[in-house]
Design a protein around this ligand. Structure first.
Ligand SMILES: Cc1cc2nc3c(=O)[nH]c(=O)nc-3n(C[C@H](O)[C@H](O)[C@H](O)COP(=O)(O)O)c2cc1C
Length: 278
């Protein structure tokens, strides 16, 4: 656990107690109208920084994070109708330009997506990224070659043999890449198997990545085929890709500059809702 280092600017603090009320682990308590760490609870802090974020006057710092390091929220949140259109209008992109995205943009997307929530605020999701199309081309070629070997040796699991041998054939005969959809980049999330919620953490981080990416004109596609190929059929690629041995492979997402533009959302479908009433 990181050092708590909880500090209150006593000149600024108005004693409203919002930090105490919002602390999910009851680490804070009011003493003489000032928030303090409760002696018996300090080890419980999960460093969520709610105390810092909820303070109306910016009086609180914790674990080395101060109000000056944070972004103000007032007037900065997207309007609900824009968020709705983003959610309804994002699409799986399966046609990409053969070019690298700007590396600063990729870095920015990763930095922001990494802020996604994680169980117990573990924040242990690792982003393994292929941010160079020449590296992606080598990876694609190796994965296809290995898949071809597995197909020839009849070593693909029951139920996948036919589809994946078809993908290999498409690649070998026509250069069509169904596994990575021809994308110039790939993002894989992983997390230590012993962190509280590795699977949801990995999927949530990718969901956030996808929405931010698509809001910035970057195409994405959830890559179940690559996940299956890399994680199940050729687990040796985990090490080759630099994913730590003690990590659970989360999921893969291909991304890059889209070579397709969508002009409208799909027709508005009705959600399946089971309304509980007892
Ligand atoms: C978990 C998951 C895995 C997916 N795997 C693939 C994949 O391997 N290849 C692919 O082309 N699309 C894949 N997709 C995309 C879905 O086919 C797509 O989301 C669905 O057809 C709806 O289209 P839309 O995303 O454009 O709305 C995947 C989507 C999800 C959520």
């Amino acid at each position: 656990m990181t050092e708590l280092n909880f500090k209150v600017d006593e000149e600024l603090c108005v004693g409203c107690g919002e930090c105490v009320s919002d602390c999910p682990l009851l680490v804070l308590t009011m003493v003489d109208d000032l928030p303090r760490v409760a002696a018996t609870r300090s080890q419980m802090c999960i460093n969520c920084q709610h105390c810092l974020m909820v303070c109306p006057v910016g009086a609180i710092s914790i674990s080395g994070a101060a109000p000056a390091d944070c972004l103000p929220l007032k007037g900065m949140l997207p309007e609900a109708d824009k968020m709705e259109t983003l959610i309804r209008g994002r699409r799986s992109i399966r046609r990409y330009e053969d070019e690298n995205l700007d590396s600063a943009l990729v870095r920015h997307l990763l930095e922001v997506a990494w802020q996604a929530p994680t169980g117990m605020n573990a924040r242990q999701v690792l982003f393994t990224v292929v941010d160079d199309k020449t590296v992606m081309a080598r990876l694609r070629a190796e994965v296809m070659a290995r898949l071809a070997e597995l197909v020839t040796a009849g070593r693909l699991p029951e139920g996948h043999s036919e589809s994946f041998s078809g993908f290999v054939k498409q690649w070998q005969e026509k250069g069509i890449d169904i596994i990575f959809r021809g994308a110039p980049h790939l993002l894989i999330t992983s997390a230590p198997t012993n962190c509280p919620c590795p699977e949801p953490d990995c999927l949530i981080a990718l969901s956030y990545f996808e929405l931010l990416a698509q809001s910035m004109g970057v195409g994405t596609v959830w890559d179940g085929m690559a996940t299956r190929a890399l994680n199940e059929f050729m687990p040796e690629f985990k090490e080759k890709l630099g994913i730590p041995a003690d990590h659970r492979f989360g999921y893969a997402m291909a991304f890059g500059k889209p070579a397709v533009k969508y002009h409208r959302t799909g027709s508005l479908r009705t959600a399946a809702i089971n309304r509980v009433d007892f």
